[in-house]
Write a protein that binds this ligand. Structure first.
Ligand code: AMP
Ligand code: GLY
Length: 426
């Protein structure tokens, strides 16, 4: 099969790395890709907002399946675009149609869905330009801290947690009337604060059946001890010790199964990953958010723990035969450390030469924000999150030790990483 992966981050390099092992693979393309995907496939420079140019690439490269990494093309309807096109309609797309992607694209839609299908989540109300003053009264009725969420996609930045009621009211007003997060905050959800530990759970579904993938924990804050600004994710580990049989049974019964059944009841043909961002509140799971894709950097530990042929699983998703498929999991622990550019998640410099990549041992280095300089052949930084260093271990301590040793070996000007990934779990 000729495969096209859409996206350019660590998640997409991980998918490419895994698929490149499949005996079913003929040619691998990644659009637009990075220096890591370039080494195992062919990068195609396309603008992900331009579905027409993706169509041209699919035809020209004789692509048999498209795997969509990030949320934006899904929320913008790339799968629907394929289904509506005479030439593309029989080419399977891994990733939901727009209506399914709205589980991530609109937090208000996701909340209505969860309420309708009795899926545990924080209590909330949604406000807009017409009724935001009622939001002030709602805030007065709630206990702090106040969780304010932009309804739409805001690149992971649309959630504010505010301690005092006046601050919450000011933010609510700024989000709605001053478009603090653009049109994404035309509607804002105010939510009950859930106290607990977060965990990311993933399934692959063909819309009828699902397979559970390994769970993971992501470390979102820039600073040690989970402090400072939110980032795309600074590291991840899998498995998660507190996700024991009893907890995961609750997750399946109370969250995953009702979600799949709800999608079917809504006539949403969902083929792809569902990412459940959960809070473990005293042993009970609550949905914080749905995402319509794999997580990043969770993919960098979850995908390496899948022993089965991922392309075979994707074929089963496309054919609707997932119920007949089994997944084999590697029981080792995987840990991933994200090397980022100094200044991230605020302003940072790009174009720094990366050294030491050829000296790493016992680990897999997934590229996120990297590019190859065509003239010199050197690999340079091109983003805030630069590389994810993933290692396996018999236990978490060993996986983290190997990942950290290798994180030291790689260098670039302004390299920064958290030294406490997994600290709360050991
Ligand atoms: P989200 O973009 O929905 O994942 O939210 C970003 C982060 O805000 C989450 O990873 C949580 O750490 C936090 N968060 C979101 N909703 C809640 C909530 N209801 N209670 C506590 N923390 C929350
Ligand atoms: N790591 C969180 C996300 O991918 O949204």
């Amino acid at each position: 099969m000729n495969i096209l992966i859409i996206g350019s981050g660590g998640r997409e390099h991980t998918l490419a790395w895994k698929i490149s092992e499949s005996p079913k693979l003929d040619k691998l393309f990644v659009a637009p890709g990075n220096a890591g995907t370039r080494a195992i496939g062919t990068n195609i420079p396309v603008d992900l907002g331009n579905f027409q140019s993706i169509k041209e690439a699919v035809i020209e490269k004789d692509i048999d399946m498209v795997i969509v990494g990030p949320e934006a093309p899904l929320v913008n309807g790339i799968h629907d675009f394929f289904l509506q096109d005479k030439i593309l309609k029989n080419i399977p797309v891994i990733g939901p149609v727009r209506k399914g992607a709205m589980l991530e694209g609109s937090k208000d839609f996701a909340k209505d869905f969860m309420e309708k299908y009795n899926i545990p989540t924080a209590a909330h109300k949604t406000f807009n330009r017409e009724n935001y003053k009622e939001g002030f009264e709602f805030i007065d009725m709630m206990k702090p801290p106040y969780v304010l969420k932009a309804d739409g996609l805001a690149a992971g930045k649309g959630v504010l947690i505010v301690e005092d009621p006046d601050g919450a009211k000011n933010e609510l007003q700024a989000m709605i009337t001053k478009e603090k997060f653009g049109t994404a905050s035309a509607k804002v959800l105010i939510e009950e604060f859930l106290q607990g530990i977060e965990i990311s759970v993933f399934v692959l579904t063909d819309g009828k059946s699902y397979i559970l993938l390994p769970e993971a924990k992501d470390y979102k804050r820039i600073g040690e001890g989970d402090t400072g600004l939110n980032t795309g994710g600074m590291g991840s580990v899998s498995p998660v010790p507190f996700a024991n049989k009893e907890f995961m049974q609750k997750v399946e019964e109370q969250i995953i199964i009702p979600t799949i059944e709800g999608l079917q009841a809504e006539n949403i043909e969902y083929k792809g990953f569902i990412f459940f961002g959960l809070m473990n509140v005293n042993g009970n799971p609550y949905v914080i958010e749905y995402n319509c894709r794999m997580g990043d950097p969770e993919a960098e530990v979850v995908i390496p723990r899948i022993e089965s042929d991922l392309l075979e699983l994707f074929e089963a998703v496309a054919n609707g035969t997932l119920a007949d498929t089994k997944i084999e999991i590697d029981h080792r622990v995987a840990a991933s450390i994200m090397l980022v550019s100094e200044g991230y998640p605020l302003a940072y410099e790009k174009g720094k030469i990366i050294s030491g990549l050829e000296n790493v041992n016992n680990c897999v280095v997934f590229h996120a924000g990297t590019a190859m300089d065509i003239e010199t052949g050197k690999i340079k930084t091109s983003g805030g999150r630069v590389l994810a260093v993933t290692a396996y271990g018999a236990d978490m301590k060993e996986a983290l030790k190997t990942a950290y040793e290798n994180a030291e070996i790689i260098n670039f000007d302004g390299k920064f990483y958290r030294t406490d990934i997994g600290f709360d779990l050991k």
